[in-house]
Design a protein around this ligand. Structure first.
Ligand code: PHE
Length: 483
């Protein structure tokens, strides 16, 4: 029922100051199906774009994108990722927002409501439930990596990276992640901060933080880009990222590129649907989605452009895995002028980016517990957060005590990561596309997208045919059912 408290307050404050009624009746008198959210509405398109960008931009862009691009050979992977963002990510984002705005409830209730309203079935609520579970599983490891970024703040301040060699920085990384105690402490702090915010709500502070964070992150990435450009291996880095070598890409790599497109845009699990519930009727979904997709993609590509030149300049391995960013960037900070300052600011910003994404991951679960079991937000946040924390211990131990314990895709962390990004999110996205373009009638979607023109037709074509077909094709190829 409720969404992240600080956002509600922010929305309410804004709605009140904009003179909007914050509690409006469900149906409007004119007999259309337009309804209002109990929580009020975003005051402007900009506020909405900012919130969605806060959820989208996170560890996925700066930590995950370079590392899985590196593991999948670079160029061809990046190309497939960009294509997936454009032909699957963008239409699915528009679908999630339009579904959210039409239902104006939490994702499970919205899916049940619209499923019935569109003459299908209330059982579509299970699609919302899939999102709740995906959010919980993703956060279980996301919080562990979020903890790493927190732990790197004091390391930067102390000057641990100043003048360090590649081997030194790798030793710091291995020493830190190899100790389950340190990683558990970091994971616990990250999860605790998330739970406190979800339970209590931070009012204006976080809103300001988000406003500053994304632009500041962008500026810092540009500073780092300037540094990477003088590293001596810039051309090699660009070449690695943009020269497609399809021999290096397997169908499983294509699935990972598609999974990354969903992950980085926060799609396929209802987070964006929940945000859409507060979007005013008159805002253009197409423009808002396009802006978020572009901002998110720019940050990810910049991260790659910074990291790969540094990898090659320092003789590191682009396929080294989750530690890639935690080794290359400290190395750069250790060598550049003002590195202690830039490094500290960078890890603070990255922690913030991770945190704003984490709120969106946990909220569907918290909202569900509040509604289903009639708990208070504090109790719900503690219960859901506690469960996520406990599940996260599996990921903590995947880097130390249980590093040798592998099955299916590898360690516990690798399995949870693979299952969520490459199975649950694309599956959620597939069902969302099917719902928006096959179950919802044309009148409903064209009303939300204000469309009869080319852009509406294009959205419908992509969502009806291209996105579902592409998702299915990649799934089937990756599991080897067709070739
Ligand atoms: N998009 C976020 C990131 O890139 C992760 C995320 C996924 C957040 C799904 C919310 C929902 O880090």
């Amino acid at each position: 029922m409720t969404f992240v408290v600080w956002r509600n307050k922010l929305i309410q404050n804004r709605a009140i100051s904009a003179g909007l009624k914050t509690k409006m009746s469900k149906e409007q008198e004119n007999g259309t199906t337009q309804r209002s959210s109990l929580h009020g509405h975003w005051s402007s398109r900009f506020a909405f774009i900012l919130a969605v960008t806060g959820s989208a931009v996170g560890l996925g862009n700066i930590w995950k994108f370079p590392y899985i691009a590196g593991q999948n050979g670079g160029g061809a992977f990046v190309l497939v990722y960009l294509v997936c963002v454009a032909v699957i990510g963008l239409p699915v984002m528009m679908s999630e927002i339009l579904i959210g705005r039409r239902g104006r409830r939490n994702p499970i209730a919205t899916m049940a409501l619209l499923g019935e309203e569109e003459g299908s079935s209330g059982q579509w609520k299970w699609l919302g439930a899939l999102g709740v579970v995906a959010g919980i599983l993703i956060l279980s490891y996301y919080s562990v990596i979020g903890g790493w970024t927190l732990a790197y703040i004091p390391k930067s301040i102390s000057g641990a990276f100043t003048g360090a060699s590649a081997a030194d920085v790798e030793a710091i990384y291995a020493g830190f992640t190899g100790s389950w105690v340190s990683v558990t402490i970091a994971h616990t702090i990250f999860m605790a901060i998330t739970v406190i915010v979800v339970a209590r709500g931070v009012e204006r502070g976080l809103e300001r933080a988000v406003r500053v964070m994304v632009p500041a992150l962008l500026v810092l990435m540009l500073v780092l880009l300037g540094y990477a450009a003088t590293s001596g291996s810039f051309a090699e880095g660009i070449n690695f990222m943009f020269t497609p070598n399809f021999d290096a890409l397997t169908w499983d790599g294509v699935l990972q590129a598609m999974g990354q497109a969903f992950f980085t845009l926060s799609l396929g699990m209802g987070a964006i649907m929940a945000y859409g519930a507060y979007l005013p009727e008159e805002t253009s979904i197409t423009v808002a989605s396009g802006s978020v997709v572009i901002a998110d993609t720019i940050i990810a590509v910049l991260a790659g452009l910074v990291i790969f030149p540094l990898v090659f300049a320092n003789g590191l391995d682009p396929a080294e895995g989750p530690g890639l960013v935690f080794v290359t960037l400290p190395l750069a900070f250790g060598q550049m002028g003002g590195g202690v300052f830039f490094g500290t600011v960078f890890f603070i910003l990255l922690s913030f980016a991770a945190w704003t994404s984490a709120l969106g991951l946990v909220e569907p679960g918290v909202a569900w517990v509040v509604e289903r079991f009639g708990r208070s937000r504090t109790q719900a946040a503690t219960m859901v957060g506690g469960t996520i924390w406990a599940l996260g211990l599996g990921s903590v131990l995947s880097f130390n005590g249980l590093a040798e314990f592998t099955f299916l895709r590898g360690t516990i962390y690798q399995n949870v990561e693979y299952l969520t990004s490459n199975v649950m999110l694309p599956l959620g996205g597939l069902l969302i596309a099917i719902f928006a373009a096959w179950v919802m009638c044309r009148n409903s979607t064209s009303e939300e997208l204000r469309g009869v023109g080319t852009s509406y037709k294009f959205w419908r074509f992509l969502t009806r045919y291209v996105a579902p077909a592409a998702i299915l094709l990649v799934f089937l190829q990756a599991v080897g059912l067709i070739d």
